[in-house]
Design a protein around this ligand. Structure first.
Ligand SMILES: Nc1ncnc2c1ncn2[C@@H]1O[C@H](COP(=O)(O)OP(=O)(O)OP(=O)(O)O)[C@@H](O)[C@H]1O
Ligand SMILES: [Mg+2]
Length: 251
């Protein structure tokens, strides 16, 4: 059995509470350039963590590294999810361990209906939320279950992409800019859904350019700047600190 190391002692962690997802001293690179340097942070079970920073700060790369995608390549460090060493896993194993990545481009599969897109996520165990439960969470998807997924509006596609992640039995939802390009009223709707998902005990890492919206929803925030962490603390603290916001978030 793998025992999660106690990073709280001597490894310079800001937090000492036991973490559900731990990233420790992670370094990752594309080709020859290091993109993520010495990144360590904890995510507690059931919380929403906002992962913020300017364009190119390394947010997407960090999510991809946690999800164990082929690029960027992680060269150093450890990633633990609920006592499981993600850093030793391939992406499909990380998915089985309970990670669900909703990428920025949403990846709706052409030629398939809404329902078929969800079915495809459920062909292999462990199976998560039922279609009935998903359509209750996203009534718009239920109404359009036989419509081709790629013909949905941007907001509906984002909902389908999240629904597809939940259709597997995930513990952690990794969201890359879910609000991008969406009208405020649709952002409201997705935000409401993310609160319900949190109430169901799922842990979320939310990457967003819309930092204020993300901070209003999140419990905690980690800010990246050129691949390194420059802040780790409560979301309220960032909202209340105009210098920090101006320097690293341009808001
Ligand atoms: N496939 C790749 N090959 C080489 N460099 C890459 C690749 N993908 C990203 N990068 C570089 O890595 C750095 C971090 O990119 P990343 O996409 O992680 O940033 P980000 O914080 O998500 O930015 P944004 O807010 O614009 O989405 C950038 O300098 C980017 O150019
Ligand atoms: Mg990005």
């Amino acid at each position: 059995m793998n025992v999660k190391p106690d990073f709280s002692k001597g490894r310079n962690y800001a937090e000492t509470a036991p973490a559900f997802l731990s990233v420790w001293n992670m370094e990752a690179y594309y080709g020859e350039s290091y993109i993520v340097q010495n990144v360590s942070f904890n995510v507690h079970e059931g919380e929403i963590l906002a992962l913020l920073g300017r364009n190119g700060a390394g947010k997407t790369s960090t999510l991809r590294a946690i999800a164990r995608l082929d690029a960027p390549q992680v060269t150093h460090g450890e990633i633990w999810l609920d006592h499981q060493p993600l850093h030793t896993m391939r992406s499909h194993e990380a998915a089985q361990a309970g990670l669900g990545l909703v990428p920025e481009d949403r990846r709706i599969i052409p030629g398939l209906t809404v329902e078929e897109n969800i079915d495809l996520a459920q062909i292999a165990p462990p199976i998560g939320w039922s279609k009935e439960r998903l359509f209750e969470l996203f009534p718009r998807l239920g109404e359009r279950r036989r419509q081709e997924g790629v013909t949905l509006s941007g907001g509906e596609q984002q909902m389908l992409s999240i629904a597809r992640a939940l259709a597997r039995d995930i513990k952690v939802l990794l969201l890359d800019e879910p609000y991008e390009g969406l009208a405020p009223v649709i952002v409201d709707e997705i935000e409401k859904t993310l609160r319900i998902i949190k109430e169901q005990g799922i842990t979320t890492i939310l990457v967003e350019q819309n930092a204020v919206r993300a901070l209003e929803l999140a419990d905690r925030a980690v800010i990246l700047d050129t691949g390194s962490i420059v802040f780790d603390g409560s979301a309220a603290e960032v909202l209340g600190n105009s210098e920090l916001r101006a320097e690293y978030l341009a808001i």
